[in-house]
Design a protein around this ligand. Structure first.
Ligand SMILES: [Zn+2]
Length: 290
């Protein structure tokens, strides 16, 4: 991994406009890449049109641009990558890494997450009910180093934790698409919110099943609102104000434990980002605000 040139990315799902929490994540991944002379990409994870208002993608990209966060390559859209996801599913099915599952949530709950329909044994479909495709995890005590949180230990339970790759509704799932695109884009380093930490061990198995090297991970604390909830569309996080990029970036740097000189509050977006890049200290990120 260390001999590959650094490639990082910011990969939002367009469920709403960019809010302060996602700006912090975008900025952290940008500065982590830039401070190492690396490349930084933007990927829109638009896999679920039912949850994504059509205007959200444009709003997110406009906000990133207003805050000087320009990618090194054209923005990638997962909605245009269905052929690649289908090819990966075929590869996983062929290799015995995935199976068709007709179980309902209710059935799985009633059997403590085990599959009563023998789908995991690949006995074929019992009827013409719609099916999902799931990844067949292996039992594993997974240890890995997070670049911020240090040594991590996660237990993966085969069958019970098997993530969906293709949903019954026909949508490709996050767990598949994120891995396929990180591989395809040559991502060496993933900087993301710690709300995604628990998926990391599962994703490592998907990387390996697709014959790819796993990237490094750095999970940053999730930004909370006054009620202690994660900033998100569900908690009604307000959209970032594109008219105040310097103030927003200054606040985002501070939320990441960086200490930009107060004079930069009256400077430009460029001068603030340049300061951030030159003075980026990963170890200053506050772990306590998680
Ligand atoms: Zn099943």
């Amino acid at each position: 991994m260390s001999n590959l040139p650094y490639r990082g990315r910011f990969a939002p799902s367009p469920t709403g406009p960019l809010h302060f929490g996602s700006l912090v994540t975008a900025l952290a991944s940008f500065l982590e890449a830039r401070s190492q002379g690396g490349q930084w990409l933007i990927r829109i994870e638009d896999l679920d049109p039912l949850r994504e208002p059509p205007e959200a993608t444009g709003q997110i990209l406009a906000s990133l641009e207003a805050h000087g966060l320009f990618p090194d390559e054209p923005v990638r859209f997962q909605s245009r990558r269905h052929d690649a996801y289908q090819a990966a599913i075929d590869q996983l099915l062929d290799g015995g890494w995935a199976y068709r599952c007709q179980c309902s949530r209710k059935e799985l709950q009633a059997h403590q997450g085990r599959h009563p329909n023998q789908c995991r044994n690949r006995k074929g479909m019992s009827d013409d009910r719609p099916y999902a495709i799931r990844f067949a995890l292996e039992d594993e005590d997974c240890h890995w180093q997070d670049l911020l949180l240090g040594l991590q230990h996660q237990t993966v339970t085969a069958e019970v934790d098997d993530p969906v790759m293709l949903r019954k509704e026909g949508f490709y799932a996050y767990q598949l698409a994120v891995v396929v695109d990180d591989i395809d884009q040559g991502i060496t380093d993933v900087v993301r919110g710690s709300d995604l930490l628990e998926m990391t061990a599962q994703q490592q198995q998907i990387f390996r099943a697709l014959d790819a090297r796993v990237p490094r991970w750095l999970h940053i604390p999730v930004i909370l609102n006054d009620q202690g909830q994660k900033l998100s569309k569900q908690t009604h996080a307000p959209a970032i104000d594109n008219e105040l990029p310097v103030q927003n970036l200054f606040r985002a740097l501070s939320a990441l434990g960086q200490k930009p000189p107060p004079a930069l509050q009256s400077g430009s977006v460029e001068s603030l980002l340049e300061w951030g890049q030159r003075n980026w200290r990963r170890d200053a990120i506050h772990l306590t605000s998680q």
